[in-house]
Structures are given as C-alpha cells and as structure tokens.
Design a binder for this molecule. Structure first.
Ligand code: TYM
Length: 332
C-alpha cells in the first residue's frame, strides 16, 4: 500500500481570555483552510493557560467557548484531530524533557517572556511556568512530528526555538524529532490594536482596541468606527505612515479575500467614516454568523464526544512518540 505522503500540521490556541479577531484571522481561518490538504491536529492549549494566574471558572468557560469556536469556524472533526492538551498527559511529560534540553539563555531571549514579565515588573514572583512556556510548546509540536505549525507572527519565535531544541536533541540522542517550520498567514499574520496600531491586537489587553469574537456586535461596530487613524484622509495601504488604516484594510482583505490595493482604490477618496463603516459591516456580518453557529454548537451537546475522540487519537500518536523519547534518553 502506498504510504500516506500528506504532511502533518499542528497548532493550538490557549483559552486565556476571550478569543479575538487577531486569533481568528492569524490562526483559526488558516487552520480551516488547511484541513483538506494536511494531516491536521488542532488543540486547546489549556495547560499553557496556567502559566499566568487564571480563575478556574474562567478557564473552564473559555475552554468551552474555544472548542465551540473551532467547530463554528468550520474545523471538521472528521478531518482534524481536535483535542484538549490536558487530556493527553504526554504533553506535560515531554514538556519536562524539553525543559531539560533547553537553557536559561534561550528562554530569556523570548520576546513574549520579556513582554509579559515587563508588565509584571522585575520581581521574584514571576511564575516559573511563564519562563518555561516555550518548552511545553516545543513538546506540543515535537510530540506529533509536525512538519508545519501555522501561527501568527508573535508565536514564530517559539517555533524557531522548537526547531533549535529538536536539532540539538537529534544531534545528542540520534534522530528522534522532525524539525518543524512555522507558517504565517498570508494576510493578517499580525492584526494590530484598533486603539494603538503599533501594538498587536491581544486577548490580555481588554480595551477598545480589541475585537472579541463573541462580544456584542454593537460594541464591535463602535470600536471599528472609533479606530485610531491619521490626518491624511486617503485610504491607502501604507503600514509605516498609515498603520491604523492599513490595519483596517488588512482586516477587510483577510475576511473578504479581496486584495488590499483594490479595496483601497474603491474607498480612497470617500472619507474615513465611509471606509470604516464598510469594514464594520464586513466584520459584524462575519461575527454574526459565527456567533449564531457557536450558540447552536453549545446547545447541541456534541462537544464532549468530539473532544473524547480527539484525545483518543492524539494519545495514540503521543504515546508512541514519548516511548521513543524515553528510550532515547535512557529512561527505558
Ligand atoms: P495564543 O493563544 O496567544 O494565540 C493563538 C494564535 O493566534 C495568533 N494571534 C494572532 N495572529 C494575528 N494577529 C494577532 N493580533 C494575533 N494574536 C494572536 C497567535 O500567533 C497564535 O497562532 N503559545 C500559543 C499556543 C500554543 C501553540 C502550541 C501554538 C501552545 N502550543 C503549539 C502552536 C503550536 C499561544 O499562546 O497562542
């Protein structure tokens, strides 16, 4: 029988805070577009949500929303292995092995660690989990021999570290892991905040710059209408000089599949108010459909069974890989 030549792809989202339009455009839409072509695993990175303090009730709610969002966006459990990270204990076990095969220097260099801890200030109470976060992420990826990892720009560095760890491990213990490559969305690999377009749109920044997928759509419209722009009064794709307008163009382009340049041309001289209204219409329309599907899925009671089946399939792969790693390092 001919060997299955399909490449494997894997990615995850952590259920910390509410999902944003950045997660949707930079990550989920990509996952959906790849499900027919790749052997795809998508998971809820719930262990990663524990790396900074989180209310258990909120974690449970976010997890429930995230799986419903995955399904509502069109991930098909018949094609994709959909599962919860904490259901497959091998992630934590390989995470420990990864922590033992990385060093403090490379973990200190991670931009996300620097950003997150800058907010906490320099103090001894920075949780260790946030420091070793990338080693757990490396385990998530290497456990399944993923060829590709679709992520937004902010996670690219973690995938590069995963590559370094895999190469080093293979060198020391002999060929064990596939060395993965990050894949960025062609449009919207970094969606910016509406209120400060120099910053990433982020779940942890609960402000008027972030569009949440399940929020009240009147609020969504208001946020877009009051997005920060500039004084040029010309709709152009110029990320350096007109970051706010360019971000709105990117959002619209990612949701409609129309080129930024042709959108810009259509609204170029029509005034910013007019353009923003068009962007708001597109976003609100997309989110209205999504929200309706999320409700339907949450009321249908299918989620638990999908997660149980996903965990079973993922565990089968993870168990084999971890056994190999344990042999390689001398634990077996
Ligand atoms: P997380 O949960 O912060 O984000 C999930 C995905 O959304 C992307 N993203 C964005 N893309 C474009 N514009 C934005 N403003 C934006 N904000 C977020 C992120 O880049 C990411 O792809 N560590 C990961 C979760 C994870 C993971 C993994 C991912 C755990 N293990 C293994 C891939 C493979 C995270 O915290 O992403």
């Amino acid at each position: 029988m001919e060997e299955n030549k399909r490449k494997r792809m894997l990615s995850g989202i952590k259920p910390t805070g509410k999902l944003t339009l950045g997660n949707y455009i930079g990550a989920i839409k990509q996952f959906v577009s790849y499900q027919d072509e790749y052997d795809l695993l998508v998971f809820i990175a719930d262990l990663h949500s524990l790396t900074l303090p989180i209310d258990p009730k909120e974690l449970r709610e976010n997890t429930k929303d995230l799986i419903a969002i995955y399904l509502a966006c069109g991930l098909d459990p018949e094609k994709v292995i959909l599962f919860k990270q904490s259901d497959v204990h091998e992630h934590a076990e390989l995470g420990y092995i990864m922590a033992c095969n990385s060093n403090m220097g490379e973990l200190h260099r991670m931009t996300q660690f620097k950003d997150k801890t800058a907010k906490l200030g320099a103090n001894d109470s920075i949780p260790t989990g946030i420091f070793i976060y990338p080693t757990l992420m490396a385990a998530d990826i290497l456990l399944y021999d993923a060829d590709y990892v679709p992520v937004g720009v902010d996670q690219k560095q973690h995938v590069e570290l995963t590559r370094d760890i895999a190469i080093r491990f293979n060198h020391f213990y002999g060929d064990t892991f596939k060395v993965p490559e990050p894949v960025l969305a062609k449009k919207g690999a970094k969606v910016y905040s509406l209120s400060d377009p120099s910053k990433k749109m982020s779940k942890s920044e609960s402000d008027k710059g972030t569009i949440y997928l399940l929020e009240d759509l009147n609020i969504t419209r208001k946020k877009i209408m009051s997005a920060v722009t500039d004084m040029e009064n010309k709709v152009r794709f110029a990320p350096e000089s007109q970051p706010g307008i360019s971000n709105l163009l990117t959002i619209m382009s990612a949701l409609t599949n129309e080129d930024v340049s042709s959108i810009a041309k259509r609204y170029e001289n029509g005034g910013y108010g007019n353009f923003k209204k068009a962007v708001a219409d597109v976003v609100v329309d997309e989110l209205a459909k999504l929200q309706a599907k999320v409700k339907e899925i949450q009321n249908s009671g299918v989620v638990d069974e999908i997660l149980a089946k996903g965990a079973e399939k993922a565990s089968f792969l993870a168990r084999k890989k971890l056994a190999k790693v344990y042999r390689k390092v001398g634990l077996r």
